[in-house]
Write a protein that binds this ligand. Structure first.
Ligand SMILES: [Zn+2]
Length: 129
């Protein structure tokens, strides 16, 4: 930004330099901030000017992949939880098939895991082999 008396002077930019300037002020490791459209536009227009500077800057920020990932408005809200009614022990089962794994001597190469979604209170814990 160049100030001469009370007048603000900005550099008028060549077509080839526009994307580089916006990218630098928006996303560079040094000086970039991944700020929103307005903040990036303010940074650009403090120093530079060209026809369509506002549209060019907003388009660039809108298409920035880093900002799109970070913007909370682009993420779907967390799903709501729905209680699952309990109808007694072993009422609901879940299964998971794992494999193929390294084949055993018996020719097995898959594991099936079967789970009950129940929580069962126990007074003692003991394992038997
Ligand atoms: Zn960004």
């Amino acid at each position: 930004m160049h100030k001469s008396g009370d007048k603000l002077r900005r550099v008028i930019v060549d077509l080839k330099e526009r994307d580089r300037i916006v990218a630098s002020l928006h996303a560079d490791q040094v000086g970039g901030c991944h700020c929103g459209q307005s903040a990036t536009l303010r940074k650009v227009t403090e120093r530079f000017w060209w026809r369509n500077v506002t549209a060019d800057t907003r388009d660039y920020v809108r298409s920035c992949a880093v900002c799109q990932k970070a913007n909370p408005r682009n993420k779907s809200p967390p799903a709501t939880l729905h209680p699952i009614p309990v109808h007694g022990i072993f009422h609901r089962w879940g299964t998971d098939l794992v494999g193929p794994l390294k084949e055993t001597a018996n020719g097995n190469k898959y594991i099936i895991q079967i789970l009950s979604g129940d929580i069962v209170p126990l007074s003692k814990q003991k394992s038997h082999r």
